[in-house]
Design a protein around this ligand. Structure first.
Ligand code: 5AD
Ligand code: SF4
Length: 432
């Protein structure tokens, strides 16, 4: 009988892919069956995020829950970004944890899984040419890493400390991996990196020269691949050549994440983001001019140290001007190993909370207007998931989530769908 693995994944798409990598590696040694039931598990992994403080605090209470419900023989592993930045401290605080594996070290899972209190958290480790075993949660869409780590030094962000220096994965490895996924049914790929459009920054072993635009061109030649998405790009590296490729390449989905963080030029400087409010708006206008059908999403932090009322109004102003389709907004959370955590002008939590509420409320109004206007629109939807009650879900080229009545026959197909009902998060449609 195969062993059972319970794996909980927090954080970003990168973490989701790291979990798949770990499952693939474990399976190459001995088969594991994934279980949703903690009590059945022989191995429990929590793949953590440390970008904000809350999930870190949650980790230790979660380990308590594992201890209470798990089989006595079951092992517990803490992996991912919190593992990277807390390392051995996790075992000191929670000795029931068997191993700790950092976000840069996922390929070492089979080395640590049978070692009591093993800790592997080196951010110098180079996984860029590492060929992982095959495992995909969803065979219709593949996630593929194009780079690891991050070379930026945004003053709020812990990620460079947890994932290390940025290294690009050779383009031939990326193309090979996507081709394999296409053979097993994927028509769509999501390219992953902390900073995808900085691709080409540093290659592990070869002398390759290839920037992100060239990589997109290579990938779009793959036969059978129909859709290319990527996350996350940085506004600073959105040059005209890239935006032209984005707009004109029919395989590139017309959905783009442009993380703003703040609309205030002086705060952007304190954040070391490398662009101004005007540069940011100019890039979004360029996208809209060359590609009017594109949807733009963003990340915003409110309450960054020193944020004045006027700074916050700049953020609100960018929201009004760009009208982001999706907004991921957060209250600033001071993180270890970051410059901003040491700034002496931290913002009162209640002030930041009130700003966040206002930002989100205004965005909700904008989103309602955008979604209401979708009634009767027709989109090409790629169906990739069966849902309860005879429904199937998929996404339009521009990233909208759709539900229709249907069966598994729709899975893996791209079909014209007309919107019959709108809501903030998703659209109901019928096949046309
Ligand atoms: N506090 C709040 N939000 C943060 N993010 C990154 N670091 C912090 C922090 N210290 C947000 C940014 C980033 C997203 C993934 O998380 O908006 O783009
Ligand atoms: Fe969280 Fe950032 Fe690590 Fe992703 S890279 S898991 S968002 S800390």
């Amino acid at each position: 009988m195969s062993k059972k693995l319970f794996i909980e994944t927090l954080g970003c798409a990168m973490n989701v892919r790291d979990s798949e990598h770990m499952i693939a590696e474990l399976n190459q040694k001995e088969p594991y069956e994934i279980t949703e039931n903690l009590k059945d598990a022989d191995l429990i992994i929590i793949n953590t995020c440390s970008v904000r403080e809350k999930p870190v605090a949650k980790l230790f209470s979660e380990i308590g829950v594992f201890n209470k419900h798990k089989k006595p023989s079951a092992k517990i592993g803490v992996t991912g970004c919190t593992a990277s930045h807390l390392g051995e401290e996790i075992i000191r605080r929670a000795p029931s944890v068997d191993f700790v594996l950092g976000a840069r070290n996922v390929s070492k899972i089979t080395e640590v899984v049978n070692k009591r209190h093993a800790v592997e958290v080196s951010t110098d480790f180079d996984e860029s040419t590492y060929a992982f075993g095959e495992y995909r949660t969803n065979t219709f869409k593949a996630m593929v890493n194009i780079s690891i780590g991050c070379d930026k030094s945004c003053t709020f962000c812990i990620v460079p400390a947890t994932r290390g220096d940025e290294i690009s994965i050779p383009s031939e490895l990326i193309v090979q991996e996507i081709k394999k996924a296409v053979v097993t049914g994927a028509k769509e790929v999501m390219l992953l990196g902390q900073n995808v459009n900085n691709y080409g920054r540093r290659f592990g072993s070869t002398e390759e020269q290839c920037d992100f635009t060239q990589l997109l061109q290579k990938i779009s030649k793959i036969e059978g691949l129909e859709r290319i998405r990527f996350t996350s790009p940085h506004p600073l590296h959105m040059d005209d050549t890239f935006i032209q490729e984005f707009a004109s390449n029919p395989k590139i989905c017309k959905q783009i994440h442009v993380p703003l963080q703040s609309g205030s030029t002086s705060l952007l400087k304190e954040m070391k983001r490398g662009y101004t409010k005007e540069n940011f708006i100019n890039r979004c206008e360029k996208i809209r001019t060359l590609c009017p059908e594109a949807t733009i999403s963003t990340d915003i932090i409110v309450g960054f140290p020193g944020e004045s009322d006027a700074d916050f109004e700049d953020t609100m102003d960018v929201l009004e001007q760009v009208r982001f389709e999706q907004l991921f907004s957060f209250k600033y959370s001071p993180r270890p190993h970051t410059e901003a955590a040491e700034f002496d002008n931290q913002i009162d939590s209640a002030v930041a909370g009130a700003r966040l509420t206002r930002l989100q409320a205004r965005h909700t109004e904008i989103l309602d207007e955008i979604m209401d206007a979708q009634l009767d629109a027709v989109h090409k939807v790629y169906f990739d998931e069966l849902k309860p009650n005879g429904r199937v879900s998929g996404r339009s080229d521009d990233g909208k989530l759709f539900f229709v009545q249907g069966s598994e026959e729709l899975l893996g197909k791209i079909v014209d769908v007309k919107v019959i009902k709108t809501s903030r998060g998703a659209l109901d449609g019928v096949l046309v």
